[in-house]
Write a protein that binds this ligand. Structure first.
Ligand SMILES: *[C@@H]1O[C@H](CO)[C@@H](O)[C@H](O)[C@H]1NC(C)=O
Ligand SMILES: *[C@@H]1O[C@H](CO)[C@@H](O)[C@H](O)[C@H]1NC(C)=O
Length: 408
């Protein structure tokens, strides 16, 4: 696969005036040609209002989208005058190829914009203006895996909701139902999602936290306790270790409340704040019934954490309305708190019930769950690395056993 992208910028010169009042509102449409001679739109520029000499913003496009990786394939570009009602006026067109464009700004990349109809009619018709390539920059896309191979470690922390809204663990209706015969909703979600993320964790040691319970011996409410009962060393060995610690906690703590996310987010953020060289990236997995009590605080913690090497995956269990979780996900509206916006999207929400059958006992598609749980992590990760200018380190050379002759 071709992971190259190009960044290009174009300007127009003396384009035809189309509007009765004012000049033109030009924009460009790029087409990739297909094997069968048809064309597919692959990019549209923005409209520059009321000018015959527009300078369009630079844009980035994957080479795959532009020419399917074929440097000599025709790329057709049409120029239009934008109309409010959508009946855009055709100004003219020209074609080129990746190979031509790659010569950069030069006499080869000044294109006459031709309107074939006018050319046929008017003897003196020369062109409908020109379009010039101002810059052409190739950008090899680095991937999430390039960083992992280069040594970046992913640190997954698990946090489990132990609040009373989940129901009494002695009752079968509880999402934390303790039964020797079946897994409860939390255990199922933890096991399924844990097995997915386990593969990405370097050492498979997971710090695991609980929140919203009263702890023994004194019944104090905690919003960030170690599931294994050891705050100095909250690590559990693999997802099986987390499961074991979860069952232990369930026996010893008392589900309580309120449901505060902010303390566990801040807990991981404290560690994430101490790493800024790209050597580690933190992912907090919160499993919850979604009934959140500290929405304002949580938003602020997320906005605070959005500048750190950190992502949050929220898995919602049970039948509740997940509106608040969807809001935290921030795919529709970027999260903000007291007028401050998150620097980037760091939250991914996954409603677990969408992946289990009607009896609630079987996962319908582990592959689909895996895909959706991890869907946004690589982009969130890359957006952090990119804005910090952190490049992946070269992968270490493959290991050669000692005493084995190295080939020259
Ligand atoms: C991973 O993150 C947790 C905080 O959630 C922290 O306790 C632990 O020390 C981190 N691990 C490493 C290797 O930094
Ligand atoms: C967010 O960061 C500010 C500034 O560091 C801090 O004062 C505030 O307490 C943080 N908010 C939360 C909810 O932790």
């Amino acid at each position: 696969i071709c992971l190259e992208s190009v960044m290009m910028q174009f300007c127009g010169n003396k384009l035809d005036k189309k509007d009765f009042f004012g000049k033109s509102d030009p924009f460009l449409v790029f087409y990739r040609s297909n094997e069968d001679g048809t064309f597919t739109i692959c990019h549209k520029t923005e409209v520059v209002k009321n000018t015959l000499n527009p300078v369009w913003q630079a844009f980035k496009i994957p080479v795959r989208a532009l020419c399917n990786g074929d440097y000599d394939r025709t790329i057709k570009i049409e120029c239009y005058d934008w109309e409010r009602d959508g009946s855009h006026d055709f100004i003219g067109e020209f074609s080129t190829s990746y190979r031509e464009l790659s010569r950069g700004q030069s006499q080869f990349n000044v294109y006459e914009v031709i309107n074939p109809k006018k050319k046929g009619k008017k003897k003196k018709y020369l062109n409908s203006g020109t379009v010039t390539l101002l810059s052409f920059l190739v950008d090899i896309e680095v991937t999430f895996l390039d960083y992992i191979k280069g040594g970046t470690q992913i640190n997954f922390t698990v946090a489990i909701d132990f609040t009373a809204s989940n129901g009494n663990p002695a009752q079968p209706t509880s999402l934390h139902y303790m039964s020797p015969y079946q897994m409860n909703a939390y255990a199922m979600a933890l096991k399924a999602v844990g097995e997915i993320i386990q593969d990405y964790d370097s050492d498979k040691m997971f710090p695991a936290l609980g929140f919203g319970a009263k702890l023994p011996p004194d019944g104090r409410v905690s919003h960030e306790f170690a599931l294994n009962g050891n705050p100095q060393n909250p690590y559990c060995a693999g997802i099986d270790g987390v499961m074991e610690a979860y069952y232990q906690s369930l026996k010893s703590v008392c589900l309580y409340g309120p449901t505060n996310f902010s303390p566990v987010i801040n807990h991981v953020a404290r560690y994430a704040a101490s790493v800024n060289d790209g050597s580690q990236y933190f992912v907090l997995l919160i499993i919850t019934d979604g009934v959140i009590s500290d929405m304002a605080q949580t938003k602020e913690s997320i906005v605070n954490a959005s500048c750190l090497p950190m992502s949050i995956i929220i898995v919602g269990v049970g039948p509740a309305e997940f509106d608040a979780m969807i809001e935290l996900d921030g795919d529709e509206v970027r999260i903000s708190s007291r007028g401050r916006y998150a620097e980037r999207d760091i939250v991914q929400f996954v409603p677990f019930r969408d992946y289990i059958d009607r009896t609630g006992n079987h996962i319908l598609s582990m592959a689909r769950l895996a895909k959706d749980v991890l869907a946004e992590i690589p982009d969130q990760f890359l957006s952090y690395m990119r804005t910090r200018g952190i490049k992946p380190l070269p992968a270490p050379p493959p290991y050669t056993p000692p005493g084995y002759p190295t080939q020259i």
